[in-house]
Design a protein around this ligand. Structure first.
Ligand code: GLN
Length: 540
């Protein structure tokens, strides 16, 4: 069994196509199928690694080391599974493969063209996740909106694939927006009609329309969309604004969407078992307590830059019946105003990853504040590096200690370039990327969280803790509790004399899922809850 559910978008970008694709994937997984999800990003970059978060939000990293856009993270969080580089596809990759073949002489004597050579390669790559994972259903999301020039070869490839395969093996979902016109108080369908018209001009007739709308979709509007877009009225699905993205699968299921798709694909009628998911969603809606976490970062004004972190906090919060309120604090503001003003009243501090020296001093000051005040701290990648810099300056008396990334001439490079990075000149895909093992020290907080001696976590960095300072850190109370199996790289540091102070060189946020929160985030949050309970005075 090999089925494809394609998700395209119209009218506007940013309608939540990734959430809809992930929700469809989840519902089929909960119906008992093996499901995979793929994202097509039609830009020319080979991967998302060279784009800054302002351009494209967070860069996600797969287990096998591909830097992807944030939708891959979304899929993993919904599916509760790890995906691979085959699940992410860009124009850059397609052309790269075809041009390499052309140079190797694979097309000798032929003119290499968008149709069929580029579209053939796209079709091959779209089928790859199914071939590799043994999944039965692939949900494939096409980034951007119908009508974008760069998306055309992909849509043409989907059109061909639909004709290559038996009719019951493909299903097309088109996500659109129904704007509300306040003067007439009406949901307008014309942009949807136009985008479907555009899709049909390419040769694709959607099987279902998912309509984003800020209010319930009246039956009359549904019928109108069905008529103009030539879809069954039951296949016009409402996608309302919801408090949490994790409610989307439940809302789609309530409308029978997965059942309708299953019928058309000619596959079993067993219902999706959403009991556990629903239970977590209702816990999310009715938390029994709250904590406040400060996140001091460089790109905080754009929340998508730290999307996996925000979600990991939500997952751990649900498991602990706690609503996590996050204060997103710009690091430069901390440097300007001092940490006390911004961190007053937080129950914990998280310092995320990042690149470049902007905001570093603010992060270092924030770390000092929580170290001195016994406030729980979790440092991720650059967050660990800032904690090491702060400790070296304040506790080891190493004035001017820094990372050689920010101060190449520092007298004390406590964070230094990874040995393997020394000769690296190219920027794309050259960091230490993907999953690597870490051994945990017995008796550490991290070991207690994970409950095992060896873990695998995902990395994305060029710099690391400088091992020549290990002894001095240990002696002063900063323990090295996680290392690479050969003991050369420091992966986790912990403060001995502190309620909860952990820095990790990897990105645990990439492995947190709604159904399985990450143990380090849970441990951190538990410490924050305790801190919140002990610092808040009982109400009169
Ligand atoms: N800039 C740092 C490095 O390259 C940290 C990277 C990160 O936080 N992902 O090592």
């Amino acid at each position: 069994m090999r089925k494809f559910i394609f998700v395209t978008g119209g009218v506007l970008s940013g309608l939540g196509k990734g959430v809809v694709a992930a929700s469809i994937g989840l519902l089929f997984k909960l119906r008992g199928y093996r499901v995979t999800l793929q994202k097509i990003d039609p830009y020319v970059n080979l991967d998302a690694g060279t784009m800054n978060p302002y351009e494209h939000g967070e860069v996600f990293v797969t287990r096998d080391g591909l830097e992807t856009d944030l939708d891959i993270g979304r899929y993993e969080r919904f599916l509760d599974e790890e995906l691979t580089r085959a699940n992410y596809l860009t124009t850059g990759q397609v052309y790269w493969n075809v041009i390499r073949q052309e140079r190797a002489g694979a097309f000798l004597g032929k003119t290499v063209q968008v149709i069929p050579h580029i579209t053939d390669e796209i079709k091959r790559l779209i089928q790859l996740p199914l071939d590799q994972s043994g999944a039965q259903i692939a949900v494939v999301e096409v980034g951007g909106t119908v009508g974008d020039i760069e998306g055309l070869p992909f849509l043409e490839a989907l059109r061909q694939l639909k004709d290559d395969l038996p009719r019951e093996d493909t299903f097309f979902v088109h996500l659109t927006l129904l704007p509300l016109l306040s003067t007439s108080d009406e949901l307008k369908t014309k942009p949807t009609q136009h985008s479907v018209k555009e899709l049909r001009a390419i040769g694709i007739q959607p099987d279902a329309i998912v309509a984003r709308c800020g209010r319930p979709l009246p039956e009359s509007v549904k019928r109108k969309i069905a008529l103009f877009c030539d879809v069954d009225p039951e296949n016009v699905i409402e996608d309302p604004d919801l408090a949490s993205i994790y409610e989307v699968p439940l809302v789609l299921r309530q409308q029978g969407f997965d059942r309708r798709i299953a019928e058309r694909l000619g596959i079993g009628s067993e219902e999706a078992n959403v009991d556990r998911w629903s239970e977590l969603v209702s816990r999310l809606r009715h938390p029994s307590r709250h904590v406040r976490i400060g996140v001091v970062g460089k790109y905080v004004e754009l929340k998508d830059s730290y999307i996996s972190i925000g979600e990991a906090l939500v997952h751990a919060g649900v498991a602990l019946d706690t609503e996590v309120n996050v204060d997103w604090i710009p690091a430069e503001a901390v440097a300007r105003d001092g940490p006390a003003l911004h961190l007053d009243g937080v129950d914990g501090l998280l310092v995320p990853g990042g690149f470049g020296d902007r905001g570093i001093e603010g992060k270092v000051e924030a770390v000092r504040h929580v170290r001195e005040h016994g406030i729980p701290f979790l440092g991720l990648c650059l967050g660990l590096q800032c904690a090491a810099i702060e400790f070296a300056r304040d506790r080891l008396g190493l004035t001017g200690a820094n990372s050689s990334e920010f101060a190449p001439d520092t007298p004390h490079p406590v964070i230094d370039l990874l040995e393997e990075q020394a000769g690296v000149k190219e920027k794309g895909g050259t960091m230490r990327l993907g999953s690597y093992p870490t051994l945990l020290r017995r008796g550490s907080k991290s070991r207690a969280c994970y409950g095992v001696d060896r873990i695998d976590e995902r990395h994305r960095h060029r710099y690391e803790f400088n091992s020549s300072y290990r002894e001095r850190f240990e002696t002063a109370g900063m323990r090295i509790v996680g290392t690479s199996p050969d003991d050369r790289l420091v992966e986790i540091i912990e403060l001995a004399d502190h309620p909860w102070f952990v820095g990790v060189q990897f990105h645990p946020e990439f492995k947190s899922h709604f159904l399985s929160p990450h143990p380090l985030f849970s441990g951190f949050l538990r410490a924050c809850i305790e801190r919140g309970a002990s610092s808040s005075s009982p109400s009169p």
